[in-house]
Design a binder for this molecule. Structure first.
Ligand code: NAP
Length: 253
């Protein structure tokens, strides 16, 4: 028996990086997984890999910053798997810059993808979880939801919003058996981290070396973030709700 046997999980941003690792980890834990991503090829590849390994998965192409994309993703999950027991919000983007450096469009887009998606999916998934007697939502926030960082104004604002939305949802929906938590990763080896270097005009090797400056003296692996997500999503986290868990090699410490 896996930790998520008999459960259905939806993972957004599951085509790459942390979301992909979460989708695979959930599938290894025996969940049926709805793999949601804006990138069709990436979603289908992750789905195929899970199915080839003996798991159950469905790929859905959707922009989760849009109500219509969230409607489509949830409808597909319900049609294929009958409901959603676990939701992991991993879709996210970053635009590095101070408030004077980023554009107003960048502000709007980052807030839409990183924050609106958690709201839009939450309002669709919570009623399904209530009807099923409970569920678990885990969002991927960031260490920069707990502290500030340089030239990352909108990203810091968006991740702090995810942290406090997590707490508010935990309070509202706990009485109906729905736990809501978030994981706050430190720098993790994904395409996003390399995009940050490019956005800042930094040399990648030097940027990654600086990112490794933390007590454990390295950046994280997506699978290490996924392990913490699984702990919170499954019954291992049955008395945990409303937390923002740093998984960051001691970066926040
Ligand atoms: P990633 O490798 O870029 O993966 C993010 C995935 O989300 C990509 O497949 C991306 O597609 C997809 N996506 C973007 N916008 C979307 C939308 N509107 N609807 C559906 N899918 C969308 O990034 P990652 O590093 O794994 O990041 C995952 C989460 O962890 C994010 O929320 C990020 O903020 C957070 N995080 C990452 C780090 C880190 O160091 N990597 C640290 C702290 C927190 P495209 O590639 O086509 O855009």
């Amino acid at each position: 028996m896996g930790a998520l046997s008999g459960k259905h999980a939806m993972v957004t941003g599951a085509g790459s990086g942390i979301g992909r690792a979460v989708a695979r980890t959930f599938a290894d834990a025996r969940a049926a997984v709805t793999v949601v991503d804006i990138d069709a090829g990436a979603a289908e590849q992750v789905c195929r890999r899970i199915v080839d390994a003996g798991g159950t998965a469905t790929a859905v192409v959707a922009d989760v910053s849009e109500p219509g994309g969230c409607d489509r993703a949830v409808a597909a999950a319900v049609e294929r798997h009958g409901g959603i027991d676990v939701l992991c919000n991993a879709a996210g983007i970053i635009r590095r810059g101070s408030v004077t450096e980023i554009s107003e469009d960048d502000w709007t887009r980052v807030m839409a993808v990183n924050v609106d998606s958690v709201f839009l999916l939450g309002r669709r998934v919570v009623p399904l979880m209530e009807a099923a007697g409970g569920g678990s939502i885990v969002s991927i926030a960031s260490g920069w939801g707990l502290k500030g960082g340089d030239r990352a104004a909108v990203y810091c604002a968006s991740k702090a919003a995810v942290v406090n939305l997590t707490r508010a949802m935990a309070i509202d929906h706990g009485p109906r058996g729905i736990r809501v938590n978030c994981v706050c990763p430190g720098d993790t080896d994904t395409p996003m981290l390399r995009q940050e270097a490019a956005q800042l005009g930094a040399e990648t090797t030097a940027f990654l070396a600086e990112a490794a400056e933390r007590p454990l003296a390295r950046i994280g692996r997506p699978e290490e973030i996924a392990a913490a997500v699984l702990f919170l999503a499954a019954d291992t986290g049955s008395f945990v709700t409303g937390v923002a868990l740093p998984v960051d090699g001691g970066g926040i410490a």
